[in-house]
Design a binder for this molecule. Structure first.
Ligand SMILES: [Zn+2]
Length: 533
């Protein structure tokens, strides 16, 4: 008999008629009652008692940056800092102990956490260290701040030109202030990356457990934007998958800025064809920035800065040309668009492409699609556009969003219930390292629309709250659909992969405030135990 395992006495959430399932070669062959299946199947390789633990399909994260998440594990994380003094002290003390040749990298800076007034620049950071280079990234990753030492090592000075798609902010005399926007951050990333190049594979491997611990066994990761390093990063993923070194299914999202990029991606699509656990997914384009950085493209000015409407990072025609190339080469397209203007242009491009290539069922994706009006929602539905959304943006950003857009306009953000009622496919994700990878935070944000652990806070636009079953689907069937895997992933059902989690409590039957405290007890990938707490 092939490798057959019978799992018995599980509490399958929402599946009343079965508490057991048979697995053959990693796939679910049969579900049913323990008594019946035990009687029916003999000569099993193994019988595993789930001890009445609650069983749910494993989670799937539809968009994140695994490599950058892994890199940032060495960084100072400001997420839970309560005061600006605490921020300064953390950086200062790490700089004080840092070896001469090293860099201090800091993540999750968010001025809103400290009243929204404080801006970082080299003058502030030089007070923390003059000799050790410091790089501080804003939570949205579209803004960064460096000290003078970092500017010096990166050769960024008065004469340096702004790179395409980026800006080096300068003072009145033209000297860089240490604030870097979008692509100009890449100049610094480059130097930091060069230091870590040889360790890429280990850096990736070291993070796998973080994901398993949260019940995640599939991820869609966008890491190949850095052309200089993309072959090294790809090779690391390739070797890890080929040698079965990480128990995660990885779909690579392929960052495109130029036509030539398609040649490279065609090559690696071919190379990964027969590799289990690694596949190439959509080609990804960046079209606007972020709300936090006021670079998401709007139709009208920002409420808290009337000098800007955000910006488009691509020429519309050029973007359309590249998307057409994707259609011709059968690459699923995925475009980052947050502001309503960007989302509108992208949906129109997809509409034209779907008309021109009616037989290509590519399931085009808009990554984020944060702002939508009713007309746009209809267009998204009509063109079967998948929205790759981040529910935790609600709990992290709603106060900032009200400021940036004004309360009325902010109603067009994160309209999850309206989207689901229209039957639009939503794939939930963390966008890590932007947000925490734990899907339970996203589920909480979807059903509460507020920050956790703040009982006095009210839900933000509660009319867009969704129920917990739909919230879970955002992290199971949603990303599976995005990746053309809806027939094999996201359910505990015959014909599906045996990727599942056990919990100590029933996710569907607890107080919503307790969702984030649920503990994953065990994780199975294709029927094999890959994590246990
Ligand atoms: Zn992202």
């Amino acid at each position: 008999m092939p490798n057959t395992k019978l799992f018995i006495k599980g509490n399958l959430i929402n599946q009343k008629n079965s508490d057991a399932f048979l697995i053959e070669n990693g796939m679910i062959k049969k579900t049913g009652k323990t008594k019946n299946l035990l009687g029916k199947y003999k000569n099993l390789s193994e019988v595993i008692d789930l001890n009445n633990q609650y069983v749910t399909p494993a989670f799937n994260d539809g968009h994140l940056h695994y490599f950058y998440y892994s890199l940032l594990k060495d960084s100072i994380d400001l997420k839970n800092c309560e005061s600006i003094e605490q921020v300064y002290n953390k950086i200062k003390s790490k700089a004080g102990q840092a070896p001469e040749d090293s860099w201090i990298t800091v993540i999750n800076w968010d001025e809103e956490q400290f009243g929204g007034v404080k801006k970082l620049d080299r003058y502030v950071l030089d007070k923390l260290s003059k000799n050790i280079p410091i790089l501080v990234k804003r939570r949205c990753l579209h803004l960064a701040f460096v000290n003078s030492k970092a500017l010096e090592l990166a050769n960024i000075n008065k004469e340096t030109k702004d790179p395409a798609g980026g800006k080096i902010v300068r003072d009145k005399e033209g000297y860089p202030t240490g604030e870097l926007q979008d692509e100009s951050i890449g100049i610094i990333d480059d130097i930091v990356l060069e230091k870590q190049r040889k360790r890429f594979k280990n850096i990736l491997k070291n993070s796998a457990k973080d994901f398993l611990k949260r019940g995640i066994t599939s991820i869609h990761t966008d890491d190949l934007g850095h052309k200089k390093y993309r072959e090294d990063i790809f090779k690391s993923y390739y070797e890890l998958a080929n040698d079965k070194e990480i128990p995660l299914d990885i779909t690579l999202q392929l960052r495109v800025t130029k036509k030539d990029d398609f040649d490279y991606y065609k090559k690696i699509r071919e190379q990964t064809k027969d590799i289990k656990g690694l596949k190439t997914g959509p080609v990804k384009f960046m079209f606007d920035g972020s709300l936090g950085g006021r670079t998401a493209a709007l139709r009208k000015h920002y409420t808290d800065d009337t000098t800007t409407k955000g910006e488009l990072l691509f020429d519309k025609e050029k973007l359309e040309e590249l998307v057409e190339r994707a259609y011709q080469l059968d690459f699923q397209p995925a475009i980052h668009a947050i502001g309503i203007k960007a989302v509108e242009i992208v949906s129109k491009i997809y509409e034209r492409m779907n008309k021109k290539y009616p037989h290509k069922n590519l399931r085009p994706i808009i990554v984020h699609a944060s702002m939508l009006d009713d007309k746009l929602i209809d267009r998204v539905k009509k063109n079967n556009i998948v929205l790759s959304i981040q529910p935790t943006f609600i709990s992290s950003d709603y106060k900032m969003a009200d400021k940036r857009l004004g309360k009325r306009r902010a109603k067009s953000l994160y309209r999850m219930r309206s989207l689901l009622e229209k039957g639009i496919h939503l794939a939930g994700s963390s966008d890590a390292p932007v947000e925490d990878i734990n899907p339970l935070y996203g589920i909480y944000a979807s059903v509460k629309r507020k920050k956790p652990n703040q009982p006095q806070e009210k839900s933000w636009h509660p009319n867009e709250i969704i129920d917990i079953k739909k919230a879970r689907e955002l992290y199971t069937t949603g990303p599976a659909y995005q990746n053309f895997e809806e027939d094999i992933k996201g359910k505990i059902k015959e014909g599906y992969k045996a990727d599942f989690i056990t919990f100590n409590k029933n996710l569907f039957n607890i107080k919503s405030e307790d969702i984030i405290n649920l503990k994953v007890r065990s994780v199975y990938k294709k029927g094999d135990l890959v994590f246990e707490s």
